[in-house]
Write a protein that binds this ligand. Structure first.
Ligand code: PMP
Length: 421
């Protein structure tokens, strides 16, 4: 949809190279050259406060990760068929963040691979093939995972074994979100059954990122998880976006719901930019799968990935970044709500910790076009933001967890200008 007269040489070069698979942000994309902490620097020298990118969770180019990766890379990197102490050190530290029943980890290179494996485990252990997801979910890019990612499907429809249900919002289910959502999960199980399909899993992003960020009330997933278990299915928590302390109150998003998933998948912030992801589950599920099918991942959980992951966990701890996400997040939310009260274009503000969904509206109606304009105006204020939600009308914000009070102030100042213009 780009205005051809505005396409720069750098953008044209990218389009020549990747063609229709191009996924650049902004109608006039930004060429980035470096980044540090919460800031990114563009080729023209401008600096942007990164309020969107949840990969560099402890901050762009964090010295702890650079040091750990460089050291390990200069000592040993190999496929995953040897014992290397740092890998087990990492696995044990990672497992310590989970309920005790989730004691087996498979490390992968992407969240897609982790979800693909989780889905295969679900099918194997339940004997089912059906999946229930939310309407705008994204769970990854493999053939299997694309089938459960409605947000990826443009001119294709969901296959018969997948049912997408509306996101858990008041608009969709009324005040009792838990009851409404649970009823809808049950109806999906029944519908699959009418199609002759047994349900394998309820697969949910714990904060419903692509659906528009639905975080509250805490605990609303509780009875939906009971219902899926009663039907013989498993519950897979996709923590690729909310995981690793971002939601402030909890290290993992599912904890806010007081539930223990059968399988958890994770990725994005796990290596602070070093590509790594994983799946955690209980040994019974993994045994059932590995009994019949082998799983090997050449790069998943290699020693350099373990070094990066360990540096991330250590830094989250030493810099108290979960506390920072909670405190700064609460403070930002209060200020955002205050701005919303004075603005005609800001609707509901949702989210936990440093993860926000902000509805953008024109004359009280959701507006994707206005959301794009808001994102462009925030860019003029040197703030990077993105969109999510069914109508593409929710501003999605996820700054690095190392955000400082003065950076939060910088954001609020810019946001206020845009919201009250
Ligand atoms: N699950 C969710 C919720 C995601 O947001 C993503 C990536 N956007 C994935 C899975 C897939 O992860 P990856 O891109 O690392 O394959």
């Amino acid at each position: 949809d780009r205005d051809k007269s505005k396409i720069s040489g750098a953008v044209q070069r990218r389009l020549n190279n990747v063609g229709a698979s191009s996924v650049l942000f902004y109608r006039e994309p930004i060429e980035m050259v470096s980044a540090k902490g919460a800031w990114m620097t563009a080729a023209d020298g401008s600096q942007y406060l990164d309020f969107y990118n949840n990969v560099p969770c402890i901050g762009h180019c964090h010295p702890a990760v650079i040091e750990a990766v460089s050291q390990q890379l200069s000592k040993l990197n190999t496929n995953t068929r040897y014992i290397v102490a740092i890998v087990d050190e990492y696995l044990e530290k990672l497992k310590a963040t989970f309920p005790a029943s989730l004691s087996n980890v498979v490390l992968t290179c992407s969240g897609s691979e982790a979800n693909d494996l989780a889905m295969r485990l679900a099918c194997k252990s339940t004997g089912g093939t059906g999946f229930i997801v939310t309407e705008c979910a994204y769970h990854g890019n493999t053939a299997f995972v694309t089938q459960v990612s409605p947000s990826s499907l443009k001119n294709e429809t969901l296959p018969n074994h997948v049912i997408a249900i509306p996101a858990p919002s008041v608009q969709n289910y009324g005040a009792d979100i838990e009851q409404g959502f649970t009823n809808r999960v049950q109806a999906a199980i029944d519908e699959l059954s009418q199609r002759g399909i047994k349900v394998a899993a309820l697969l949910l992003d714990s904060i419903f990122s692509s659906d528009g960020v639905f975080s509250h009330p805490n605990g609303f997933l509780h009875s939906a998880v009971e219902v899926i278990h009663r039907a013989g299915g498993v519950y897979i928590a996709d923590e690729v976006q909310p995981g690793f302390a971002r939601t402030g109150e909890n290290f993992w998003g599912f904890s806010a719901h007081g539930v223990v998933p059968d399988i958890v998948t994770m990725g994005k912030p796990m290596g602070n930019g070093f590509p790594m992801a994983g799946m955690v589950t209980n040994p019974h599920l993994l045994d059932a799968y590995c009994h019949d099918v082998g799983y090997f991942n050449t790069f998943g959980g290699n020693p350099v990935a373990a070094a990066a992951g360990l540096a991330v966990l250590n830094t989250l701890e030493s810099e108290r970044l979960q506390d920072n996400a909670r405190i700064l997040g609460d403070n930002l939310k209060t200020r955002l709500i205050n701005i919303a009260e004075q603005s005609s274009i800001i609707g509901e503000i949702r989210g936990s910790g440093l993860f926000f969904g902000i509805d953008i509206q024109a004359q009280g109606t959701h507006s994707a076009e206005l959301t794009i304009q808001v994102i462009d105006r925030l860019r003029e204020q040197k703030i990077l933001a993105g969109a999510a939600g069914k109508q593409g009308s929710t501003l999605k914000l996820r700054p690095p967890l190392c955000l400082t009070q003065s950076e939060a102030d910088f954001f609020i100042e810019g946001f206020r200008k845009v919201a009250l213009a």
